[in-house]
Ligand binder design. Sequence first.
Ligand code: 5GP
Ligand code: MG
Length: 177
Amino acid sequence: MIQLHDLQFEPYLSEKEINEAIDKLAEQLNRDYEGDTPVFLGVLNGAFMFASEIIKRFKGDCEVSFVKLGSYEGTRSTGDVKTLLGLNQSLKGRRVVLIEDIVDTGNTLEEINEILKKEGVADYKVLTLFFKPEAYKKSIKIDYKGMEIPNKFIVGYGLDYDGLGRNLTEVYKRKEQ
Ligand code: 5GP
Ligand code: MG
């Protein structure tokens, strides 16, 4: 059990389970992007650790870029997504793989979708390590999902609770009262 700020969290996914999910995703990407030079577009801050792991496993040429958005306050999605750091390179005509740590309601994804529509990308796929099917409210296709998880608040592996927990190499879930 660990404590972050006022909340307690219990172990949920081991490093081994996470790595196995990432290995599987990497296999699919290596197959689907063979001979192409995709742009991996990570969503900060949460996706930094997953982005690093998945990109290390990519065998071809690729470029790496990041955008920063935020909608979470504490343990709840506010629904109001802000762009905190935008694109600094043109994605026109490129194959883009968006890298998310977790897709919850899909608000963030929809916001990025709007940004990318204006960019004239050649094609665009969504890659997420974690997906909460019960919370997802949008129709945007999620092309690559590492793991489906229940609608619980998790931390670790890049994911934080009010700034803490991103460095944890395993995933913890909020302890039920
Ligand atoms: P959405 O816009 O899909 O509701 O939420 C996406 C963002 O909210 C994620 O990129 C992540 O930063 C944050 N988020 C969603 N669910 C969780 C969770 O269970 N734990 C943490 N720490 N962050 C989450
Ligand atoms: Mg995020």
